[in-house]
Ligand binder design. Structure first.
Ligand SMILES: Cc1ncc(COP(=O)(O)O)c(C=O)c1O
Length: 388
């Protein structure tokens, strides 16, 4: 596939060039192959010398996976993408490609739990030390720098409290101290945020969420410059072998076709539900960067062009009662993932005992979702003292 000369996400996910190799097929065929062979041994040797750009063995390059990777790189504005069997496999590969034993990492404290555990606990086996910082506070990030800091790990926005980091400033700081930057950009997806354009080195996404869009796949992607990604290919990608299956790549490509369409509708639905909640008396605080009341709303506008439909609110209603409330909901299913068609609710445990309720607003009619929230609140208000 050749580069498409457009910046439109809609066109990028829709238009495939006519491909004679595949009889002009409109969807890329699934190359269900582990192995690709050569006419001569000389050709095989030549390919093996440049594995990064040859199709030899599927724990390397596979044409179906490559078609998805090329499209994701274009969408993100990066030179190259590599897909993995999960978001965590992508995060692990990206992190390990940037550090050596004895290095120091600065990580945003609201980052995805298992990613934090990888840095804080697992990597301590290799004398890698991680300092967790409040990513809202650039001074804290600066003050955490040590002579051996080699990575600044970001997640913007974070996915429980929806706090942002200033991507341009973080990238500039990293360049100054000779460190790399990785951002988990899953919430905004490539549709609403392009971190590479701010100087970030690697973007990772859990494709399980919006890119799949149908709650039926697990996968991840790392996107970056050709130089960074070629190194990651030779090491973490090929050596760990956590590749994406060609069948799954084909389904992710199907999800990608409607990513812009879904994201715009999800943004609209999410904001409608968030605006309704914002006016309710039991809400202490809404955590949604797309709302004007969000303390980083200006930063949101300067580095994102839209919002995902996952957000949270803080309430003074005790957690047990909020659990009862969530059990009253008819359309919001109880679950931890997000990014599919279906609305979800999750009440995470917070270290400071604040009661935070996370909602994922799906593709149902938002007025139905609001009515659902209303009836669940009416039910707990009708029985203020007892569990329902
Ligand atoms: C923000 C974020 N990043 C990364 C991941 C990990 O992705 P996966 O479950 O595909 O490994 C998740 C999964 O919930 C997530 O929410």
């Amino acid at each position: 596939m050749h580069a498409l000369h457009t910046n439109s996400s809609e066109t990028l996910v829709t238009h495939d060039l006519h491909d004679e190799r595949h009889y002009g097929a409109v969807t890329h065929p699934i190359y269900q192959n582990s192995l690709f062979t050569f006419e001569t041994h000389e050709q095989l040797e030549e390919a093996l010398a440049f594995e990064v750009s040859h199709i030899i063995y599927t724990r390397g390059n596979n044409p179906t996976v490559q078609a998805l990777e090329e499209r994701l790189a274009l969408l993100e504005g990066g030179e190259q993408a590599r897909c993995f069997a999960s978001g965590m496999a992508a995060i692990t590969a990206a992190i390990l490609s940037t550090i050596q034993a004895g290095d120091h990492i600065i990580c945003v404290d609201g980052s995805y739990g298992p990613a934090k555990r990888l840095m804080e606990q697992y990597l301590s086996k290799f004398q890698v030390e991680t300092t967790f910082v409040d990513g809202k506070d650039m001074m804290q990030i600066q003050n955490a720098v040590q002579p051996n800091t080699r990575l600044i790990y970001l997640e913007s926005p974070t996915s429980i409290l929806f706090e942002l980091q200033d991507l341009k400033q973080c990238a500039a700081l990293a360049k100054k101290i000779g460190a790399k930057t990785i951002i988990d950009g899953t919430w905004a997806s490539p549709i609403f945020q392009k971190p590479l354009s701010f100087g970030i080195d690697f973007v990772v996404h859990s494709m399980t969420k919006y890119i799949s869009g149908h709650s039926d796949l697990i996968g991840g992607v790392v996107i970056g410059s050709k130089q960074n990604m070629d190194q990651l290919f030779r090491e973490e990608f090929q050596l760990f072998g956590g590749i994406l299956h060609p069948q799954s790549a084909n389904l992710f490509m199907r999800g990608l076709r409607t990513l812009p369409l879904r994201l715009h509708k999800l943004q609209e639905n999410g904001l409608k539900v968030a605006h309704y909640l914002e006016n309710q008396s039991f809400i202490i605080k809404m955590n949604h960067p797309g709302l004007q009341s969000h303390p980083q709303h200006e930063l949101y506008h300067s580095q994102m062009t839209g919002s995902g439909s996952l957000f949270s609110f803080e309430t003074h209603i005790p957690k047990e009662r909020m659990r009862s409330w969530s059990n009253q909901l008819k359309y919001f299913r109880k679950g931890i993932s997000w990014g599919g068609f279906e609305s979800l609710v999750y009440i995470p445990n917070q270290p400071d005992n604040r009661v935070i309720v996370r909602l994922y607003v799906g593709l149902e009619e938002p007025d139905d979702l609001i009515r659902d929230l209303e009836q669940a609140f009416a039910a707990i208000e009708a029985h203020p003292q007892r569990a329902i």
